[in-house]
Design a binder for this molecule. Structure first.
Ligand code: TMP
Length: 214
């Protein structure tokens, strides 16, 4: 069975994931690859409905455990309905956030018990893991300024700076624990420079032709 590649993008707020996904998708398509771009929370009709609930500033009293389950519910549906079918067709899936976001935000950020976050997360995706994760890393302060300039702040953007610092530190820790899969990309630079680094890393993955872990 032909198998594609599953590439995820992670980072704190304002790290430029959407811009980089767009650039990479365009380049891969130009080289003849079949590409699917998608995001979490979201990516399916059901997931996009959950996304609205999760990001609405009206839901500022959402309990962190309720929040965890909503992210995971969105992910399970997304995996089954979009990601796995695309990988089975040999496509390259570029996904804006996946399981590492839950470990970073709900585990390190919200300080939910890591063992439980990890176990529930693994269950939600049946242990599926990306082939490659690009962690766009930049100072929290810089990212939050970018978000503010964009104008529309959601429920998470409004969190205290310390929360975002814990998330960033969490992501960097996850990268140290998963050196083979998670590559740190310095994201404070111009988008074109960041995109070139990403292209180099992705080319290496595609040349190795290591199949999706599904
Ligand atoms: P986005 O702004 O990158 O689209 O992500 C939406 C927000 O949801 C962002 O603040 C990160 C947060 N998030 C979690 O807290 N846990 C998760 O599992 C995911 C996927 C996102």
């Amino acid at each position: 069975m032909a198998r594609g590649f599953f590439i995820t993008f992670e980072g704190t707020e304002g790290s430029g994931k959407s811009t980089q996904i767009e650039i990479l998708a365009r380049r891969l398509i130009r080289f003849g690859h079949s590409v699917v771009t998608t995001r979490e929370p979201g990516g399916t009709r059901f997931g996009e409905q959950i996304r609205k609930v999760l990001l609405s500033v009206q839901n500022h009293r959402l309990d962190p455990r309720a929040e965890l389950f909503l992210y995971l519910a969105s992910r399970t549906q997304h995996l089954e309905e979009v990601i796995l079918p695309a990988l089975r067709k040999g496509r390259i899936v570029l996904c804006d956030r996946f399981s590492d976001a839950t470990l970073a935000y709900q585990g390190f950020g919200r300080r939910l018990e890591m063992k439980i976050v990890r176990a529930a997360g693994d269950y939600s995706v049946k242990g599926c893991s990306p082939d490659l994760t690009l962690l766009l890393d930049l100072e929290v302060r810089v990212g939050l300024v970018r978000v503010r300039e964009r104008g529309r702040r959601n429920r998470l953007d409004r969190e205290q700076r310390e929360f975002h610092e814990r998330v960033r530190a969490g992501y960097l820790r996850l990268a140290r624990m998963n050196r083979g899969r998670i590559k740190i990309v310095e994201a404070s630079r111009e988008p074109a420079a960041v995109a070139d680094d990403i292209q180099t890393i992705v080319d290496r993955l595609l040349k190795g032709r290591r199949p999706a872990n599904i």
